[in-house]
Design a protein around this ligand. Structure first.
Ligand code: HPA
Length: 270
């Protein structure tokens, strides 16, 4: 346990008692405009939150109000393909737990493995497949946070999934639901890999989210996961090869719907 980090964040940002933290994925930072009375802490001052080296991923914690609710926003996550030790991700999530956060919203940009899920769609994640070969819980277990062998049955909290589906319906925002598969990256998949992942039962593929959710499940944080589908996986629907530029552009386009959905969720459940 390392309460020092939480104490530092609390002090620096004047954090009171937010229930919700949000991790913003690639190209999804528009949500920051919805935060009022913002206070910002750059990761540079926080050794436990390693800085991202990827374009489109800033590195800062933003604390403020959305619809009258306190929110802590992680703008710019780190990825394992940058060479980060997965334990760093565990430390960052445990600091959220130490701060009293109860629910974590994780967003990402992902490629579709399913012809029915077109670029521009919002996919609510109902489960994942860890194909990254890495795990942030490897190493000594801190029993203060959770057990050595952590169950993953309801890692994406069914109750939050039901709530967000209801809100999406009320707000007339189209959403679909599916399984997210994480690859280590940084290369995009081959067409053969895309076909294999689809056969595994995955609907979307990306290079993030799974480590954060594994740690969140370990320390009993509720999780809501949302993928913005930015492209079809390589070879699917005879698409052009995916690119980071296309990912950012499509994420920006779909982010209005995502921002609306997140804002309504926080208003009602934050
Ligand atoms: N593959 C992996 N990660 C991604 C993709 C993809 O097609 N699109 C956005 N992130």
């Amino acid at each position: 346990m390392n309460n020092g980090v939480a104490a530092f964040i609390k002090d620096y940002l004047g954090v009171k008692s937010p229930k919700t933290a949000i991790i913003l994925g690639s190209g999804l930072k528009d949500f920051i405009d919805n935060i009022e009375d913002k206070k910002v802490l750059k990761y540079k001052s926080l050794p436990e939150f390693p800085e991202s080296t990827v374009e489109g991923h800033n590195g800062e914690l933003i604390y403020g109000m959305v619809e009258g609710k306190e929110v802590l926003c992680i703008n710019g996550r780190v990825h394992l393909y940058e060479g980060n030790n997965p334990r760093k991700i565990a430390e960052a999530i445990y600091s959220l737990k130490d701060l009293g956060i109860e629910q974590l919203i994780v967003t990402n940009a992902a490629g579709s493995l399913n012809e029915k899920i077109a670029p521009g769609s919002l996919m609510l994640i109902n489960d994942h497949i860890n194909f990254s070969g890495r795990n942030p819980l490897v190493g000594p277990n801190d029993a203060h946070y959770g057990p050595r062998f952590s169950p993953m049955n309801n890692a994406y909290t069914p109750e939050l999934l039901e709530k967000i589906k209801k809100i999406a319906k009320q707000e007339k925002i189209d959403v679909c639901e599916g399984v997210y598969l994480m690859v280590l990256g940084p290369n995009f998949e081959t067409p053969a890999e895309v076909r294999m992942f689809a056969k595994f039962g995955a609907d979307a593929v990306g290079m993030s989210t799974v480590p954060e959710v594994i740690v969140a499940a370990h320390c009993s944080l509720k999780v809501l996961g949302i993928s913005v589908i930015t492209n079809y996986g390589a070879g699917l629907m005879s698409s052009l090869p995916p690119s980071h530029e296309e990912t950012l552009e499509m994420a920006n386009k779909a982010s209005a719907n995502l921002c609306h959905l997140l804002t309504e969720f926080i208003k009602k459940e934050g």
